[in-house]
Design a protein. Structure first.
Length: 215
């Protein structure tokens, strides 16, 4: 079975990547999602760069962009929210064409890539492992796939798709925000930069855990 076939059979319609409004400004200005290893060298981001985490525990993977299938990693999102609590930013989620998972060099991880129990690999077999009846998560805790969990959700909600290098915003289908005020702010960014068009969707449910998903 191919990656493309898995996407079709599981009705995987999008990858998602959350970012602050400041991070979104950087993405729109460079028209790219960039891995952490590229950010500091990008001149356009010199005055707005602020990481969602002060450091990364998987330094061998800094050349990859961390994406999630269908729903964002709620654990990391809440951690990032605490980090930016007093910064005045709002959050956005980029919805990305899942066909980028068919590109060369993409890795699939069964849980958060920083956890020792994580299994990672390339190709369709590695992708299918993300939907196994049981995977190991943090501290090698067993995560059992909940009964009734939709086919397009991974067994561990912290599972990742690691995309190598720069990812063009031509693959961005939508930008999700929580409210009309955030949509207006994103549209103002787009207009000021003269980029796009991008479809902005108010969808607060995209920022919460699906029913039955645990980590």
């Amino acid at each position: 079975m191919t990656v493309e076939r898995i996407l079709k059979e599981r009705s995987i319609n999008e990858l998602v990547h959350f970012t602050t409004s400041i991070g979104l400004l950087g993405i729109l200005s460079t028209e790219s999602l960039l891995p952490r290893s590229h950010l500091a060298a990008e001149q356009a981001l010199e005055y707005i760069l602020k990481y969602n985490a002060p450091y990364r525990s998987d330094p061998g993977w800094l050349r990859y962009i961390n994406l999630s299938i269908t729903k964002i990693n709620q654990v990391f999102f809440e951690h990032s929210g605490r980090l930016h609590r007093d910064s005045g930013v709002f959050w956005a989620i980029l919805a990305i064409d899942p066909k980028v998972m068919c590109h060369d060099g993409v890795y699939f991880t069964t849980t958060n890539n920083i956890y020792p129990a994580c299994r990672r690999g390339e190709g369709s077999q590695a992708l299918e492992r993300l939907f196994s009846p049981k995977v190991l998560g943090r501290y090698s805790k067993e995560i059992i796939r909940p009964t009734g969990l939709p086919d397009n959700l991974t067994t561990c909600p912290q599972a990742e798709v690691l995309y190598p290098g720069r990812l063009s915003t031509q693959f961005v289908r939508y930008i999700y925000v929580r409210c009309d005020a955030d949509r207006n702010a994103v549209n103002a960014q787009i207009a000021a930069l003269g980029v796009g068009p991008y479809e902005i969707i108010v969808a607060p449910e995209q920022f919460t855990n699906p029913v039955g998903a645990t980590a």
